[in-house]
Ligand binder design. Structure first.
Ligand code: ADP
Ligand code: MG
Length: 179
């Protein structure tokens, strides 16, 4: 089992619902357990076409037996399943699922780069990561003092953090109701 952090984001349609659906799908993934879910935060889009809507972002902690590429493929399958259509770079999206960290692995390929190459400059990644995995962030700050310049509070915190799921909790047990 490897502990991984998945960045989740949406700035199109029912953003909160899209993220909830994505989390539901993450829970169904093969040989994987969701072990932490951050608060959702609202931030302005970075790059992409002008006039696009605000993002809702969060970070999910999982434990998985999947390989990094298997995991990437699964995340892309979930993105398509939830209606993501790829157009231009940084375009508005119903759902974006990125592998931020996969244990301590470093992978440097175009199709898969881990740690995610832009995570260190993104507060909408670092703030939720700090919330659910403060020690992981602390370690990153020590390892990458130049890349990580600041971790500041985002525009809005939209949802209180959920407690980490108990390790032995059965994966299919229902939790978190729609508001
Ligand atoms: P972005 O998330 O960077 O805005 P996309 O979601 O459209 O853009 O992903 C573009 C490509 O990035 C994907 O086809 C995928 O192969 C690649 N990629 C590289 N590293 C990662 C990673 N750590 N997590 C997710 N996708 C990645
Ligand atoms: Mg992506």
């Amino acid at each position: 089992m490897v502990t991984c952090y998945i960045g989740i984001g949406s700035n199109l349609g029912e953003r909160r619902f899209n993220l909830q659906m994505a989390i539901k799908e993450l829970k169904k993934m093969f040989a994987t357990r969701v072990t932490g879910i951050s608060s959702l935060i609202e931030t302005a889009p970075v790059g992409g076409p002008a006039g696009q809507g605000m993002y809702l972002n969060g970070v999910v902690e999982i434990e998985t037996e999947m390989s990094p590429y298997q995991l990437l493929k699964e995340l892309q399958r979930i993105e398509s399943f939830l209606g993501r259509v790829r157009t231009v770079q940084d375009a508005p999206r119903v759902i974006d699922l990125d592998i931020l960290l996969y244990g301590d692995y470093c992978i440097n390929e175009e199709a898969l780069c881990i740690p995610h190459p832009r995570m260190f400059e993104r507060d909408f990644v670092l703030v939720p990561l700090k919330e659910i995995a403060p020690r992981v962030l602390e370690k990153l700050l020590k390892e990458r003092p130049v890349e990580i310049k600041k971790v500041k509070t985002p525009v809005k915190i939209r949802k209180k953090a959920k407690k980490k799921e108990k390790k032995q909790r059965p994966q299919l047990k229902k939790r978190g109701k729609k508001k």
